[in-house]
Design a protein around this ligand. Structure first.
Ligand code: AMP
Ligand code: MG
Length: 272
């Protein structure tokens, strides 16, 4: 299966209305087997390391990868696996939590802007400014008139970044409610996973439908030419990792990165 088929199945076309019920979280249709996927992933991780090196050497653009998901959707796992080949120098991961008092005293994009990867770097957001139209909307943390303006504000902010040579990719890791149940159960059962469980997660789970609706709006209103949203079928971790890795590598390949050519004739330089 080619990249075109994958993109067709996961990309939210700018301007299109996203209905999550039309995306099957169980989907594994574009991969012949788990083994084949794992081979592709290994190749992509190696390729990604090379591309990162060129991005760093070129020092002109940066790449911002945004991960959003319901609890237990696999944000941490995706970062751990797909980004495992990256050079830590040149890569920054930022996890966005409940805003601190200082952050809450600023506009919602303030803390986000500060975390945008510098030229030459890859930045990964574990949650993002989209929380400000997700958890904030579902829990009425600000009035409707405030959050409904944010879709446009986000689009304009991301446009600014893209004009400043930040390449943006946004992944929604799409799991089913049943898969979340299984993963929570696993967190309760496995002592090494207990720490990941919070009783608050169960409260959020009760709001599943509200979150799905909020996600549909964010994905519909904020998938743009300059910052596309991808819906990743994420019930199967290997398919999730495969789709995310393929998409990142394909995007970086399309940048036509190359190592900078020396400005002087290096062959004339003698090291004494
Ligand atoms: P975790 O990712 O499990 O460490 O949880 C982080 C928590 O911070 C989640 O419950 C998010 O919904 C919450 N969070 C992140 N950003 C915001 C925000 N802008 N406003 C309110 N809560 C947020
Ligand atoms: Mg959590």
């Amino acid at each position: 299966m080619g990249m075109k088929d994958l993109l067709r199945s996961i990309l939210i076309e700018p301007g299109a209305k996203c209905r999550l019920s039309e995306y099957d979280p169980e989907d594994i249709s574009l991969c012949s087997s788990k083994e084949a996927a794992q081979e592709d992933i290994a190749k992509d991780i190696t390729r990604l390391a090379k591309l990162q090196e060129m991005l760093y050497a070129e020092d002109r653009r940066s790449v911002l990868i945004i991960l959003q998901a319901m609890d237990a959707g696999g944000k941490d796992g995706t970062i751990k696996h797909v980004m495992s080949g990256l050079n830590p120098q040149g890569c920054e991961v930022t996890s966005f939590k409940v805003p601190s008092a200082e952050e809450a005293d600023h506009d919602f994009l303030w803390r986000i802007h500060k975390a945008v990867p510098r030229r030459g770097n890859i930045g990964i957001f574990n949650r993002s400014h989209y929380e400000d139209v997700l958890v904030v909307r579902v829990h009425n943390l600000v009035p409707r008139e405030v959050w409904k303006e944010r879709y446009d504000q986000i689009n304009r902010f991301e446009k600014l970044l893209s004009e400043m040579s930040v390449v943006i990719l946004k992944f929604f890791l799409h799991i089913s409610k049943e898969e979340q149940r299984k993963r929570f159960q696993e967190r309760l059962k496995d002592p090494s996973k207990n720490w990941k469980f919070s009783e608050l997660d169960l409260k959020e789970r009760e709001l599943w439908e509200d979150y799905q609706a909020a996600y549909e709006d964010a994905l519909s209103k904020c998938s743009t030419e300059w910052a596309p949203w991808y819906v990743i079928p994420a019930n199967h971790k290997w398919y999730r990792n495969w789709s995310v890795a393929r998409t990142i590598v394909d995007t970086l390949e399309s940048l036509k990165l190359s190592f900078p050519v020396a400005r002087t004739d290096l062959s004339k330089i003698q090291i004494k």
